[in-house]
Design a protein around this ligand. Structure first.
Ligand code: ZN
Length: 438
């Protein structure tokens, strides 16, 4: 009997979810999204939430629900040239139903091929403009063009007033302060874009749930990209406004070099911690500066929320040739790659868990030092080995800088002090009742 190591067990577990989840035809709504979340419930007890069609969410509205059973373009003898059962990317997501005989001239405006990759089926969606379409390889396109007779064109899809589905898992920690972890569940059969992030998020959540002494609370969500993230923000506005930083987990399963997309404020400590984790685990990595294009950080970083979110990636979206095509499949993405990225996130979480943040409980104007007994016993004396700063000044700087956002290491770096010295002073101020752990 072969005994598997814990790493090998994890690899085969990740692989089994890749195999099971890959074929589902997910979109921004629909039954395959529910099924995906149900399968993930085997890993973590996430809550599945339904938001009805037509619900107003800020400037948007939850769309009608879309489901599809079958679709094909067939010759007169019934032979299918393009078949939804072979790849769900063959149908433009949110295609309206069709059942007709068509000439090449009628069909051609509804066909999409990949610009560069002849053998790939491109991924196309039409969520908000009612139309239909097929995506095919260059070979299939040629076969259709040369056929010369009418085709049977069928899309057996359905729109209905239903709901948008998302998953949520809240993990309380010592601090009620939350960290956001978000991934998107809306892509059909592509392994790196979307699915790798969904699987990694579930396993990261399981790890966090097993941490005995969690410092932070975690808000872990599985939403359809854009409309799902907007819906979530709208329905959980107060909680989301109280979050300072988080991760958008996506495209973590490619064979390429690891990288990370910075948060909108590159001075936020989550960027420093991410770089430390990447240097420690991978050595080399790519840094992608923040950009207004991208994934759901577009929503979380918006003016109303301003959550600093980073994304660690392995073959980042936009950057790899197979992006948004049928070649982003299980040959390209391996469980081992996802596991490697999971380890990067675990390293990052470990560092996040060690960060300490204090908040001044009396933030309005200066505190009255004598009232709180804040004059140090060693008042006036310079600290040995430190810069030109005495212990009273350290306390004053802490009261000035502990806004609940900067970590003790951030403040130490700002003041060119040893974090240990600063922490000692912060603990004293906590015991005197003017600072609190965040
Ligand atoms: Zn995508």
């Amino acid at each position: 009997m072969t005994v598997l190591t814990s790493d090998e067990l994890l690899t085969s577990e990740i692989d089994s979810y890749l195999q099971r989840l890959f074929p589902l035809c997910r979109s921004i709504t629909g039954n395959p999204n529910r099924k995906t979340l149900k399968i993930l419930q085997e890993i973590i007890p996430l809550k599945i939430v339904e938001v009805p069609t037509g619900t107003k969410v800020y400037d948007w509205e939850v769309p009608v629900e879309w489901n599809i059973k079958d679709a094909y373009i067939a010759k007169q003898d019934g032979t299918r040239v393009v078949d939804f059962n072979e790849s769900n990317l063959h149908v433009v997501s949110y295609s309206e139903p069709v059942d007709a005989f068509m000439t090449w001239e009628e069909l051609e405006p509804h066909l999409h091929i990949h610009d560069q990759l002849k053998e790939a089926v491109p991924y196309r969606t039409s969520y908000y403009k009612r139309t239909w379409g097929f995506c095919c390889t260059h070979e299939q396109y040629k076969t259709l063009k040369n056929y010369g007779e009418k085709f049977r064109v069928v899309i057996d899809s359905e729109f209905k007033s239903g709901s948008l589905t998302y998953g949520e898992y809240l993990l309380p920690g010592k601090s009620a302060k939350e960290i956001l972890i978000s991934c998107y569940i809306c892509h059909p059969s592509m392994a790196n874009d979307s699915l790798s992030g969904v699987i990694l998020t579930a396993f990261l959540a399981r790890h966090l749930s097993n941490l005995p002494d969690r410092q932070w609370s975690y808000r872990i969500i599985f939403v359809p990209e854009t409309i799902g993230a907007i819906t979530y923000c709208c329905k959980n506005e107060a909680a989301m406004k109280n979050i300072d930083f988080g991760f958008v987990i996506t495209t973590v399963g490619g064979p390429g070099v690891a990288g990370y997309k910075q948060s909108f404020d590159d001075r936020h400590f989550i960027n420093r911690l991410t770089e430390d984790a990447l240097s420690f685990q991978s050595g080399e990595f790519i840094t992608y500066p923040f950009d207004i294009h991208g994934s759901d950080e577009r929503q979380y970083s918006s003016i109303g929320f301003r959550i600093n979110t980073i994304s660690i990636t392995k073959d980042k979206y936009y950057e790899y040739a197979y992006y948004h095509s049928s070649l982003d499949d299980l040959d390209f993405v391996k469980a081992e790659n996802i596991e490697e990225s999971l380890k990067l996130y675990l390293e990052l979480v470990e560092r996040v868990e060690q960060e300490i943040i204090y908040r001044n409980k009396l933030p309005y104007c200066e505190v009255m030092l004598s009232k709180h007994n804040l004059y140090p016993q060693t008042g006036g004396a310079l600290l040995p080995g430190s810069s030109n700063i005495n212990s009273l000044d350290i306390r004053l700087w802490l009261l000035f800088l502990c806004d609940g956002k900067k970590t003790v290491s951030d403040i130490a770096a700002e003041l060119s002090l040893e974090p240990g010295i600063l922490l000692q002073s912060a603990v004293e101020l906590e015991s005197l009742g003017v600072l609190e752990r965040y």
